[in-house]
Design a protein around this ligand. Structure first.
Ligand code: CA
Length: 224
């Protein structure tokens, strides 16, 4: 299991306790004591779920949740210190998936997390491989979701996916694009525009993730 969970909580003892329970439940917890840092990390690579304290130094939980909703559907469990705060939050429609009042039992939190991850079972971190290339059907799935690709885009992404983390030159990607596309005439420069389109398509299934990196002077690399 490889289900990453972010715990955004500025009380270190509580954060450590929740992280211990999360690890025991088989998740991979990361603790953030600061709202802005957590937001940046979620933008870089959204986890399967976020446990978000309302009162945080700097950027509060409410602002973090609103910002996150601008680019991701990652489930959020909002934690507040006052039970009456939950009604206000519900009225504000901040977009959290569940609310929990302090003091809460870590067991209860784990049960809520499990329920949400079961409900959103199609989402990221649900067990489907990050990327699956079906050469026969010329189809690529990201976390179980099929991408609509042109033959050229398929050739490029399939090549990158065969060796994630390795840099491919434009010429290599051009060869890959030509594979199985006999009549294709792709100019070297055109690789950049195909990669641009690929990035846009990947962004729809991997919000906030920069999957294809341009390496200056060399080419491109897939990081997934
Ligand atoms: Ca707090």
């Amino acid at each position: 299991m490889n289900t990453a969970i972010f715990i955004v909580e500025d009380e270190p003892e509580l954060a450590a306790l929740v992280a211990d329970y999360a690890r025991a439940a088989g998740y991979l917890p990361t603790v953030f004591g600061d709202g802005a840092e957590a937001l940046a990390a979620i933008r870089r690579a959204p986890p399967a779920l976020v446990v978000l304290d309302l009162m945080l130094p700097g950027l509060d939980g409410l602002s973090v949740c609103r910002e996150v909703r601008g680019f991701s559907d990652v489930p959020v469990v909002m934690v507040t210190a006052r039970v009456e705060e939950i009604d206000r939050l519900l009225g504000l429609e901040v977009g959290a998936d569940d609310y929990l009042c302090k003091p809460f039992s870590p067991r209860e939190l784990m049960a809520r997390i499990k329920a949400i991850l079961r409900r959103t079972g199609q989402g990221l971190g649900a067990g489907a491989p990050a990327i699956e290339v079906d050469e026969a059907a010329r189809r690529i799935r990201i976390h179980g979701r099929a991408l609509e690709l042109t033959p050229t885009e398929f050739g490029i992404l399939a090549a990158l996916a065969r060796r994630p983390g390795q840099v491919f030159s434009r010429a290599q990607l051009l060869d890959a694009a030509r594979e199985g596309n006999v009549n294709l005439d792709v100019a070297d420069r055109a690789i950049d525009s195909h990669v641009k389109n690929l990035r846009r398509k990947l962004e729809t299934v991997l919000p906030g993730v920069d999957a294809i990196h341009a390496i200056y002077g060399l080419g491109y690399r897939l990081d997934l």
